[in-house]
Design a protein. Structure first.
Length: 251
């Protein structure tokens, strides 16, 4: 099977502060990978390293065999904090079109992207007039309008309500049929029945090639006891523990 992401011996620090140490893992093409871990553990930093937005202090990273950034590999990216500047006077169609970097406006590609997210009827609406969940879907459309092989999303469900989160993750599940998905998230409940593998990040990295999120796995990452229970759908309950852990059971 083709390898989508390969990370070998990667280390990274901000100044004198180590963030990631001896990171090694690979992700198969077609995977739906959830990156989880405590706040400050290095999740966003790892994603930026994979995308080529940061350079590792040591080691090698390849995406579909290419060092990033690469003009040979089409990659989609939805960063954190995408609700800034929502009052900018731009329509949904225009916003999606900005994802066609280095290309002329392509009405067919924009229409296809909007169709994939079921937002064609909003094409001429202003971004500021959409709900948080609707705006996030539009930003996914902007990320996929160039038909990427892999889509990265950093905390995509932040600042949207439960219904919007469910719709967003259902959309990603649908998109996974044609592209590899990598998502940083704390929203384990919504993700648990859609993902295919899990990457736990807390300075070190542990890759789990299945979607099962166990209490033991979370305990090692968050530094405290975590029990998973199910009442119709999976969710988590924190066991008794002290609160001296700085990043214990991140939000």
């Amino acid at each position: 099977m083709e390898t989508a992401i390969e990370v070998k011996g990667v280390r990274f620090s901000y100044g004198e502060s180590p963030v990631l140490t001896d990171v090694n893992f690979s992700v198969a093409a077609g995977d739906f990978l959830a990156i989880i871990g405590p706040n400050g553990g290095g999740k966003t930093t790892l994603m930026k390293l994979i995308l080529g937005l940061l350079k590792p202090d040591a080691g090698e990273i390849r995406v579909f065999g290419e060092k990033m950034p690469s003009k040979r590999i089409s990659v989609g990216y939805v960063p954190q904090n995408t609700n800034h500047n929502v009052d900018f006077p731009i329509t949904v169609r225009e916003c999606v079109g900005t994802g066609l970097t280095g290309r002329r406006p392509d009405a067919a590609a924009i229409h296809k992207a909007l169709s994939l997210i079921d937002m064609e009827q909003f094409a001429e609406r202003r971004l500021k007039d959409l709900s948080g969940g609707e705006r996030q879907r539009v930003l996914v459309a902007r990320a996929i309008v160039s038909n990427p092989k892999i889509l990265f999303l950093d905390e995509p469900s932040s600042n949207i309500d439960a219904s919007g989160q469910e719709n967003l993750y259902q959309l990603l599940y649908k998109l996974n049929s044609s592209m590899t998905i990598v998502v940083v998230s704390h929203d384990l409940t919504a993700l648990s029945n859609r993902i295919k593998s899990v990457l736990c990040v807390n300075r070190s990295v542990h890759y789990h090639p299945d979607s099962k999120i166990t209490g033991e796995m979370l305990g090692k990452m968050y530094g405290c006891e975590v029990d998973l229970i199910a009442h119709g759908f999976p969710h988590r309950v924190l066991g008794s523990h002290d609160h001296t852990h700085g990043n214990c059971c991140g939000s």
